[in-house]
Design a protein around this ligand. Structure first.
Ligand SMILES: CC(C)(COP(=O)(O)OP(=O)(O)OC[C@H]1O[C@@H](n2cnc3c(N)ncnc32)[C@H](O)[C@@H]1OP(=O)(O)O)[C@@H](O)C(=O)NCCC(=O)NCCS
Length: 164
């Protein structure tokens, strides 16, 4: 079951993110890794800046989260995480399809670490295409609020509905 998450889910969203993000350990640049990967303060700031989280529940247990953030003329898919024990079982795809259905803009973008090959495969398999480095840098600076170092080490994919 997919539902919109609220403040009552704050702690469990954080738990899912920090459990799933252990996949990044040793994969993303060492200077970008920290434990826990996301702090309560960071999550609070993300929600305050307009990220709306949706969750996938199995037997009433939250196993995956994904955020959607409208920014100017685009929609960003943010913070996609499935509990390590439940990855590659379809929860991410169901959430992604749901969020794509909610997007009200022509362009839907998602950014991730350049070295997060699993995540890149996940999006490529589900109708997203990598943008060029030039366009990646341009959109990361325009629509995301991330440090320069994260721009250098990230990629952006765009949903194909506009590209085709
Ligand atoms: C990426 C992620 C959100 C996908 O959610 P999910 O519930 O595992 O996704 P699904 O089961 O719907 O899709 C799985 C597909 O994604 C890709 N994939 C996901 N994880 C992968 C991995 N570690 N290695 C290779 N491919 C992977 C594959 O194409 C896989 O299909 P397959 O199992 O048939 O080969 C989840 O795996 C995750 O939390 N990963 C760690 C954190 C992360 O990278 N988040 C993305 C932030 S933008």
């Amino acid at each position: 079951m997919i539902c919109k998450l609220t403040n009552t889910h704050f702690q469990v969203i954080l738990t899912v993110i920090n459990d799933a993000a252990t996949a990044y350990k040793g994969k993303i640049p060492a200077d970008r890794w920290k434990e826990p990967y996301m702090s309560s303060q960071e999550l609070k700031e993300e929600i305050q800046s307009g990220v709306q989280f949706y969750g996938y529940l199995e037997n009433n247990v939250l196993i995956a989260v994904m955020g959607i953030q409208p920014v100017d003329d685009v929609t960003l898919i943010r913070h996609a995480y499935t509990l390590t024990s439940h990855q590659r079982k379809g929860a991410g795809e169901k959430l992604l399809s749901h969020l794509i259905g909610l997007a009200r803009t022509d362009r839907i973008l998602v950014g991730t670490w350049e070295s997060a090959s699993g995540a890149i495969k996940f999006y490529e398999k589900r109708w997203f295409m990598l943008l060029s480095r030039e366009e990646t840098n341009r959109v990361l600076k325009k629509y995301w609020r991330i440090p320069e170092r994260q721009v250098e080490t990230s990629i952006v994919l765009e949903h194909k509905r506009r590209l085709q």
